[in-house]
Design a protein around this ligand. Structure first.
Ligand code: NAD
Length: 292
């Protein structure tokens, strides 16, 4: 069934997601602050114009403050019963506040951040972590099926964002551990291929080691084999680690490893050469360093 969809935020992720929806036959009207042209998408002059009359309004925006601003613009013009589907990665509090604002206007609201990056957005193989009520999830499910390969309903509003930042906190921590272990192995004279062969089949295995190995020429192809061009940029990892620390503080959760990972990525991105590089470029950073 063709659905009328508003799509706001047509950047690196939003543009290919919107194109996949249009290619599947949906009627997609889009808006972005920047002047962009996106295959299959009719551009509107404002977020409100893109949202008017849509059964589902999708947002794919940089952060919670911008999401709140866009929500203020679109919620008043949306039809009752329509779904506001935010796929951005934002703080849990903004996700819950925007959902409450939408529900107060008789809309259904979902927070559905994604994993899979620009490659997954283009190929339509994203994973969606979804918070919000089941009625909204059922309406959005055919869209998740087009844009992704998996959608997990994680519970009420905000739980999608909670799943995303917990997952990415594990990812940041394991990537650092994998990189520092490779650098230690180098100094101990252990061959990198031997290190990979052992760890990837022993109890130190992880996605960071097995699927996204930070050492060039070892394991499956990864950004390490492309001079650490992202992939998943260290800047975006830092954003997600900051969100997890913000959430930990708000919920009074003790996350010392997450905090250490956040501090290290902040130093890497803001004081060293990490900005614009893949998050696995922590390995050359550790290679260059001693304990001092
Ligand atoms: P992006 O910066 O490429 O796109 C964001 C878009 O939003 C831009 O085109 C910008 O012009 C637009 N925008 C900003 N303010 C706006 C407003 N007020 N109204 C309308 N449009 C506005 O970012 P991206 O890489 O597409 O990421 C989008 C979201 O997805 C972020 O929350 C990011 O954390 C998350 N995410 C990104 C990746 C990735 O690999 N890039 C992976 C997973 C999740």
């Amino acid at each position: 069934m063709t659905m009328k969809i508003g799509f706001i935020g047509l950047g690196n992720m939003g543009a290919p997601m919107a194109t996949n929806l249009a290619r599947a036959g949906h009627d997609v009207t889009g808006f972005d602050m920047a002047e962009v042209a996106v295959e299959g998408v009719t551009m509107a002059p404002s977020a409100a114009e893109a949202a008017k009359g849509a059964a589902v309004v999708i947002t794919m925006l940089p952060n919670g403050a911008i999401l709140r601003k866009v929500a203020d613009q679109v919620i008043p013009v949306m039809n009752k019963g329509a779904v506001l589907l935010d796929c951005s990665t934002v703080d849990v509090t903004s996700a819950r506040d925007v959902a409450a604002q939408a529900q107060a206007a008789d809309l259904l609201a979902l927070d559905a951040p994604v994993s899979g990056g620009v490659g997954g957005a283009t190929a339509g193989t994203l994973t969606f972590m979804v918070g919000g009520d089941s009625a909204g999830f059922d309406i959005a499910r055919p869209l998740f099926d087009i844009m992704g390969q998996k959608a997990v309903h994680c519970g009420p509003s905000g739980n999608g964002q909670a799943a995303k930042i917990c997952n990415n906190m594990i990812l940041g921590v394991t990537m650092i551990a994998t990189c520092e272990a490779f650098a230690l192995a180098d100094k101990l004279g252990l061959d990198r291929q031997a290190m990979f062969d052992v760890v990837s089949t022993s109890s130190g295995y992880s996605w960071s080691m097995n699927a996204y190995c930070p050492a060039p020429g070892v394991g499956p192809k990864s950004p390490a084999d492309n001079d650490y061009k992202p992939g998943f940029a260290a800047d975006l990892m830092l954003k997600d680690l900051r969100l997890s620390q913000q959430a930990a503080e708000a919920a009074d959760a003790d996350t010392p490893m997450g905090r250490a990972a956040c501090d290290l990525y902040a130093r890497f991105v803001e004081q060293e050469d990490g900005a614009g590089r893949d998050f696995s470029a922590m390995l050359p950073r550790f290679e260059r360093r001693g304990r001092g």
